[in-house]
Design a protein around this ligand. Structure first.
Ligand code: SF4
Ligand code: SF4
Length: 268
């Protein structure tokens, strides 16, 4: 889904309205304190003050690499493969430069960059529009920056989908379970009528593991703490030219794309 700044501002204004309605709904549903600890922060897990991802698309060589990465996420999280594109559920997917960096196009960008395919996912934004509009607090941001979805609180209103300027969320229009080939018994499946998206692999981070896509990317994707100046994310950001999607919207996305290796480093 694409969205320009004007549309985004309209949604932001609507969220102010639902900010008033939200507490009423919360009272009806019963207040519940969604602490990070409810999602399994256990000893030995990976920790960060602010999780971020860096993707170097130049290291992803072709369709087989992209398929391996997206398949790893599907397999880990029981993401269904639904043939009808109107009902598709996507946690990580691909698109071209023109769509990914819509509105930030540089006519002088090297043709080889414009010809590349980019991986897209939830950006786990610092200021997530999706969280702001959710009337039941089903979507929320953890203290470490990961934006989560509580499927049991989701009422299927899809305000979060309308608010997200990156199209990072999918709605289960049909029961997804018949469309999961070879289900992973260690990860929950979802039900019809709820929204889902990438979780930055919280369940794997909590076991001290890298996200499934990072593991499958053979070094093209790096996950880590944006606040650690000596960590791998900050080292990559300091030494490469990177772009983020739609930085002018004020959401402050935490997925960075390495565009070309340069000496000094400059980040959008
Ligand atoms: S990318 Fe979209 S769904 Fe993800 S945190 Fe940002 S606004 Fe929310
Ligand atoms: S971080 Fe995890 S949930 Fe997000 S796209 Fe990668 S594998 Fe999927």
């Amino acid at each position: 889904m694409s969205m320009d700044r004007r549309e985004f501002m309209k949604i932001a204004a609507l969220s102010a309205v639902f900010g008033v309605g939200g507490p009423l709904l919360m009272g009806k549903l019963g207040a519940r304190n969604l602490e990070a600890s409810e999602f399994g922060l256990t000893p030995g897990g990976k920790r960060a003050k602010r999780w971020a991802m860096v993707i170097d698309v130049s290291k992803i060589k072709g369709p087989a690499d992209y398929a391996r990465i997206t398949r790893a996420c599907r397999k880990a999280h029981n993401v269904p493969v639904i043939p009808d594109p109107k009902h598709e559920v996507m946690w990580i997917w691909t698109d071209d430069y023109e769509h990914v960096f819509e509105g930030t196009d540089n006519p002088y960008m090297e043709a080889n960059v414009k010809d590349q395919t980019f991986l897209l996912m939830c950006n786990h934004c610092d200021h997530p529009a999706c969280v702001r509009v959710c009337p039941t607090k089903a979507t929320f941001k953890r203290p470490d920056g990961i934006v989560m979805q509580d499927y049991h609180r989701c009422i299927g209103c899809r305000f979060c989908m309308a608010a997200c300027p990156y199209g990072s969320r999918s709605f289960n229009w049909v029961d997804p379970r018949p469309y999961i080939k070879d289900p992973n018994p260690t990860y929950p499946t979802r039900m019809i009528g709820v929204v889902e998206k990438c979780t930055f692999c919280v369940e794997r981070l909590d076991q001290g593991l890298d996200p499934a896509c990072v593991l499958a990317s053979n070094g093209a994707m790096v996950s880590g703490d944006l606040m650690d100046p000596n960590g791998p994310v900050r080292k990559l950001l300091a030494s490469n030219f990177t772009l983020r999607r739609k930085p002018d919207l004020g959401t402050s996305p935490n997925v960075y794309y390495v565009i070309a290796v340069i000496g000094g480093g400059k980040n959008a």
